[in-house]
Ligand binder design. Sequence first.
Ligand code: MV4
Length: 446
Amino acid sequence: MFNKILIANRGEIALRIIRTCREMGIQTVAVYSTADRDSLHVRFADEAVCIGPPSSAESYLSVPQIMAAVEITNADAVHPGYGFLAENADFAEVCLEYDIKFIGPTPEQIRKMGDKITAKETMIKAGVPVIPGSEGLIKDLKQGLKTAADIGYPVILKATAGGGGKGMRVVWQEEDFEANWNMARNEAMASFANDGIYIEKFIEEPRHIEFQIAGDQNGTVVHLSERDCSIQRRHQKLLEECPSPFMTDELREKMGEAAVQAGKAINYEGVGTVEFLVDKHRNFYFMEMNTRIQVEHPVTEEVIDHDLIKEQIKIAAGEMISGDNFYPNAHAIECRINAEDPFNGFRPSPGVISSFHSSKGHGVRVDTHVYAGYTISPYYDSMIAKIICRARTREECITKMERALDEFIIEGVKTTVPFHQRLMKDENFRKGNFHTGFINEFDLEK
Ligand code: MV4
């Protein structure tokens, strides 16, 4: 087992990782930018190293700064958390070269899933259903028009270097193809310095259902059931839950098996997430794989009663997992609380938290790094807390969440709490009747 883990992250996930390390008797090193001097991860870690100014590029994204912190503290492993360097294959490779264990998959596994066309080709070979579309990259406008006509409109143009919704364009009819083609290529070049584009059939009103998987260094891969992440706004997830209200035992078996096949196809090591789009007929298609721990991992932890960070660390240390899948024993919902004004287009609302009271009580978990007096910096993402509720049924879980939201007090900044309070009351949400376009149709003032 590791002696000392350096956490290359900040905020609630850094705290989350420190907690598990303490329980496992592993020493911790926090790294922080000058904007995070007064953060709890700095206080709760055994050691802390300042790695630069507030800008992420010069601190949390700086491989030389982080490797220097590893060197001076003599850490033997790095946990990247999510965001920042978590899916940076070059960083994972530098760790490998310096004989520091990167707690996550190998650089090769990260690269295979990071390039979306390579990922899709790998899934086709593994027998995992993918969205019908072009075979590989589209060379030029002419080939694009022909491919789109063959697939049939509507189609969607995606950047191979993209993901998470960046560089995507939906085309409803042939006469709009050329303009969208040009925009997609320009956007992809500007965002990713790679203008490779591929085309898929556009799936209308899909659900986003993802499977948590885990694979060990021995080649065993299992799934830990699904999370429904269809409640999103501009590709930012707002709420996640397990089980999905759309799930059946039969569909879970089929999708779970596909997720395990996806992991096995790349010999996946670590915990990861296989994202699927599911249409109204319950056809499911591989969309992307995330090779990191995700924000919404507590939803799974609550329903299967396992610590996923602990599993990550054990796998990284070479421990084997049992070959059994995990199924939900309860219902869990996570509401992401962001310092944003939901009545003003979710505009960020940084500033000082003047007072803070966390929701508490049976079946309520709040993962947060904030406290009264804490300053929310405009430099980083605006998520300040996750309220996770667990109950035996979805109905009870929603009721508990309503209570937990009412009890959550934060003053000094605007938050997305009122959005979630309104969502909990929505008839379609309560019925489990929603898809990824739901929030665009959802009127907060109603
Ligand atoms: C799609 C799609 C419909 N059809 N692909 C968005 C994020 C990126 N991972 C892929 N995304 C989508 N791909 C086809 N062929 C619709 C989306 C999509 C979406 C997916 C998941 C969650 C929210 C979404 C919101 C809008 C579009």
